[in-house]
Design a protein around this ligand. Structure first.
Ligand code: NAD
Ligand code: ZN
Length: 354
């Protein structure tokens, strides 16, 4: 697969499709390189990492609790103990959580050290590995602290996907569906043909889907790297999705919460006369319904707690809520004045679909 170059104000960077991860070899024994690796990935792929000395290895359990501001202290302590300072290189290997942690640390330590990122989940390979956002949770709330800081290079091997759980595979598919919905009708025809393939086939031959997803995202982040306008559309499904993650205490993986967020947002679009019932049903049945694998047990929240969590959204201004809504012609509207009553009004229809 051809590399993808992302143009960035910080300097262009590449996504390199490196199935065997041969580009990692030059870092493994370099004393100025420190690795932050997802503990699970380290166990599954130990043979890849066995020449890294233990002092240069930080293993982290990938969960939202560890993506917190307070958990960073320990990592800064380890990194500042190295003789190498601004010439340190940090290599993050794992899913979106390890990306956010390693990216945040790399962007803040000594005002920025070199950072290489190797995504190991579908979500990170198809979406989060580009775009330069690093985020930490604060207390109960999602991604309230963060920076813009791209990696110097993304090293992508789809081999990692073979060990991903079903839950995490469909979490990744959630962000992919979002990207294709954003890209509209033409792209959706291709995507529909992909959805007719079975899961095993899809997992084993995912390169083109990944490439197309990244190319959709590339257009938005290059036009609006700092999320001041058009890029905001990529947040489709996230305003309610983040609220669902908070109120369920992160029991639901991110991409699954985004899928639920898209389902609920489309109900709101219909209720606001922006989307016909027919189109809403078509989108639900074709693209969203089979993509949420969450057991009902996890979905026990009321509309009031969703409203409170949505009030923590950093995109919000004033008293109302922020949301991205899809309209009939696959146009998106970034609405900053959604009334809280709309969440209450549409809650029953949303819950009836779960
Ligand atoms: N910075 C951004 O631009 C951005 C964009 C989207 C999402 N995110 C963040 O990313 C996070 C979600 O990312 P994620 O879904 O990749 O989650 P994750 O990093 O938590 O990984 C999900 C699970 O998969 C496991 N795992 C990782 N790689 C594996 C592999 N190859 N084989 C088997 N198991 C593996 C992890 O240990 C974890 O249990 C959220 O915190 C979200 O907010 C960030
Ligand atoms: Zn996301």
């Amino acid at each position: 697969m051809k590399d993808i170059t992302i143009h960035s104000i910080f300097g262009d960077y590449k996504v390199v499709f490196d199935e065997q991860l041969s580009s990692l070899s030059s870092f493994l024994e370099d004393s100025t390189v420190v690795f932050i690796i997802d503990e699970k990935v380290f166990k599954l792929y130990t043979q890849l990492f066995n020449t890294i000395s233990p002092q240069r290895l930080i293993l982290i359990k990938a969960n939202e609790r560890n993506k917190s501001y307070l958990s960073m202290v320990k990592i800064y302590e380890i990194l500042t103990s190295f003789q190498a300072k601004r010439n340190l290189t940090l290599v993050g290997i794992g899913g979106g959580i390890i990306q956010d942690i390693s990216g945040f640390i790399a962007s803040t330590l000594y005002r920025g050290i070199k950072w290489i990122y190797c995504p190991t989940t579908l979500l990170a390979q198809s979406d989060s590995c580009i775009g330069a956002k690093t985020s930490l949770n604060f207390g109960k709330y999602k991604n309230l602290i963060g920076t813009f800081y791209p990696p110097e290079r993304v090293l992508l091997s789809t081999k990692f996907l073979t060990t991903l759980s079903r839950k995490d595979f469909y979490s990744g598919m959630g962000e992919i569906v979002k990207l294709f919905l954003i890209d509209g009708e033409n792209s959706l025809n291709y995507f529909k043909s992909q959805l007719s393939r079975n899961e095993i086939d899809l997992r084993n031959n995912i390169d083109e889907l990944l490439m197309r997803s990244l190319l959709i995202k590339k257009r938005y982040i290059e036009e609006d790297e700092f999320d001041k306008g058009i890029r905001n559309i990529l947040n489709f499904g996230h305003c309610i999705g983040h609220a669902i993650e908070s109120v369920t205490n992160y029991a639901i993986p991110h991409g699954q919460a985004v899928t639920l967020g898209m389902i609920w947002a489309n109900i709101i679009s219909e209720s606001s006369q922006m989307l016909s019932n027919e189109k809403k049903e078509m989108i639900y049945n074709t693209f969203l319904k089979n993509n949420h694998t969450i057991s009902e047990k996890l979905i026990s929240f009321d509309s009031g707690s969703i409203i409170s969590a949505m009030k923590k959204d950093k995109k919000r201004v004033g008293d109302d809520l922020a949301i991205i809504l899809l309209s009939e012609n696959f146009k998106f509207n970034s609405k900053k004045d959604l009334k809280a009553e709309m969440i209450t009004k549409t809650y029953d229809e949303f819950v009836s679909l779960l």
